[in-house]
Design a protein around this ligand. Structure first.
Ligand SMILES: Nc1ncnc2c1ncn2[C@@H]1O[C@H](COP(=O)(O)OP(=O)(O)OP(=O)(O)O)[C@@H](O)[C@H]1O
Length: 251
């Protein structure tokens, strides 16, 4: 089966600052990929390129076979993206924001599924209140709901578990795992190596604007039982990049 997400030679930058260099990545159906990497290495930029919110200067991004640059609407329909919490419409209630999204997508019935998920995430008591009154974690839950709404084949989440209380975080991880088991693909950026190691099917390390390492399910399985685990493996990669591995080896 064709991968749900394909990136070929993707490059992107901000004025005077190249960020992504020739990113090649494929995400098969029914796989949870955790994207990790140091601060400022370009994870959010990469996810925004995939969501069509940041222009890529070279290469190609395809979602469900649709090219993000030439057929953005079809590409967007094949994915769910959690907006950054500060970009949620503060003057609307959570319910109004979900209704608006369902209407914009042309699937008002999607609201029912989102409301059921809101209950699982204990967001339902907040849905009648203005988003401006939400805490950071409550906004994160609403953003995640938006990404999950309508059951898209690809779900893209940028550090969306940050700020969630442990029970809500666990529930959202369970929801994501259920979706993955049903054939949905999840791309989640995170700084939690524990989450990446335990929950994801595969982990990609973004390093210097490139995919420096890509640990498959098998490699992850080996890391789970190895001393140091994923943290040790990531630290080794970053030492090599900074050149300090040479010092360590020489010492
Ligand atoms: N709007 C912007 N204008 C200019 N530079 C930006 C902008 N947004 C991000 N950058 C720069 O692009 C680079 C990548 O940023 P990005 O937010 O994608 O990194 P990240 O890996 O998600 O970081 P973090 O882990 O800290 O969230 C950084 O050097 C950052 O300073």
């Amino acid at each position: 089966m064709n991968p749900v997400l394909v990136l070929n030679g993707v490059r992107a930058s901000y004025p005077g600052r190249p960020v992504l260099h020739d990113i090649d990545l494929q995400l098969p159906r029914g796989q949870w990929l955790a994207l990790i990497g140091p601060n400022g290495t370009g994870k959010s930029t990469l996810l925004q390129v995939i969501a069509g919110l940041h222009r890529h200067e070279a290469g190609e991004v395809r979602i469900g076979g649709h090219c993000v640059a030439s057929d953005p609407l079809a590409a967007r329909r094949a994915m769910g993206f959690a907006p950054p919490p500060e970009q949620l419409p503060a003057e609307l209630s959570g319910r109004q924001a979900l209704e608006l999204l369902a209407k914009l997508r042309g699937h008002p019935a999607d609201l029912d599924g989102a409301l059921a998920l809101a209950e699982r995430l204990q967001l339902d008591p907040w849905l009648g209140r203005r988003i401006a009154e939400y805490s950071f974690g409550t906004r994160q839950k609403l953003a995640a709901l938006q990404a999950l709404m309508g059951d898209p084949p690809l779900i893209v989440l940028d550090e969306v578990l940050n700020g969630l209380d442990p029970t809500s975080s666990w529930t959202l991880q369970q929801v994501l795992r259920e979706r993955v088991e049903a054939g949905v693909s999840v791309l989640l950026s995170t700084h939690s190596l524990e989450l990446a190691e335990r929950r994801a099917d595969r982990v990609a390390l973004l390093q210097g604007g490139r995919i420096g390492r890509d640990w498959s399910g098998e490699a992850l399985g080996a890391l789970r039982s190895a001393e140091g685990g994923l943290l040790g493996a990531v630290a080794a990669c970053l030492r090599v990049e900074s050149g300090s591995a040479v010092e360590v080896d020489a010492g």
